[in-house]
Design a protein around this ligand. Structure first.
Ligand SMILES: C[S@@+](CC[C@H](N)C(=O)[O-])C[C@H]1O[C@@H](n2cnc3c(N)ncnc32)[C@H](O)[C@@H]1O
Length: 221
């Protein structure tokens, strides 16, 4: 057992987080107890953040006690690991627009007090203002959508504190199916820079995800 970032572990070659809801898995992942603590394995084939870490991401902006605004929470796979990392003193505000996946997300949130599910459109951030009590430490976005950078920028302007981080999973094919992925990434990154975000690190997610890049950016003070 090796802690590679605060709250993120390697058990052998596998990634894991400390299970905030011992006895429960979220997406069929295996659990293991070491030294009286239960860990859940984190499958990089199912989670882009897991993939970025397996690919050697150096900057891990999500920390214990953080408030994270998570855009595109889907069924809660990655959000559940983010919840394990921020721990009991942190909170993960989970936004998703799809009512069907939201049902599964609600189940996951029932077992984890620090996950707050909100059915809303990430493209209209004012719609969830009442759930974001103060500016957040991290905005995490994985929407697989067109206009991804624009949506991220709107949320950063409304809710990210200065010096806070944006974690952005860019899926090139969702933005422009005809363009070369690399030119799509470049254009998206220009958008982020215009909004005062400094790109700290970019990490391609192959082989776990094709044509995806993880971007970690910091909002200037
Ligand atoms: C690739 S999935 C996210 C997977 C999740 N991040 C994980 O790793 O477990 C993308 C999600 O974004 C949601 N989504 C797409 N457009 C959205 C929007 N405008 N507002 C909120 N959610 C949106 C979809 O409903 C879908 O659940």
């Amino acid at each position: 057992l090796k802690e590679i970032f605060p709250g993120v572990f390697k058990i052998g070659e596998q990634l894991a987080t400390r299970n905030l809801a011992p006895g429960k898995s979220v997406y069929g992942e295996k659990r293991v107890t070491e030294g009286g603590v239960e860990y859940r394995f984190w499958d990089p084939w199912r989670s882009k953040l897991g993939a970025a870490i397996m690919r050697g991401l150096k900057t891990m902006p999500i920390k214990s006690g953080n408030t994270v605004l998570y855009l595109g929470a889907a069924q809660g796979t990655t959000p559940s690991h983010v919840a394990d990392i921020v721990g009991k003193n942190g909170i993960v505000i989970c936004i998703d627009i799809a009512p069907k996946t939201f049902e599964k997300l609600l189940e996951v949130c029932e077992t984890r007090e620090n996950l707050l599910p909100v059915l809303a459109d990430a493209n209209a951030p004012e719609g969830y203002a009442e759930y974001v009590e103060k500016k957040v430490d991290v905005v995490y976005q994985d929407l697989a959508q067109r206009e991804q950078a624009k949506i991220l920028v709107k949320n950063v302007r409304s809710y990210l504190k200065k010096g806070g981080y944006a974690v952005f999973m860019i899926k090139a094919r969702s933005i422009d199916v005809t363009a070369e992925p690399s030119s799509v990434f470049a254009k998206e990154i220009v958008e982020l820079k215009k909004a005062g975000l400094e790109v700290v690190e970019t990490k391609p997610l192959e082989p776990y995800e094709k044509d995806h890049v993880a971007v970690v950016a910091r909002l200037r003070d």
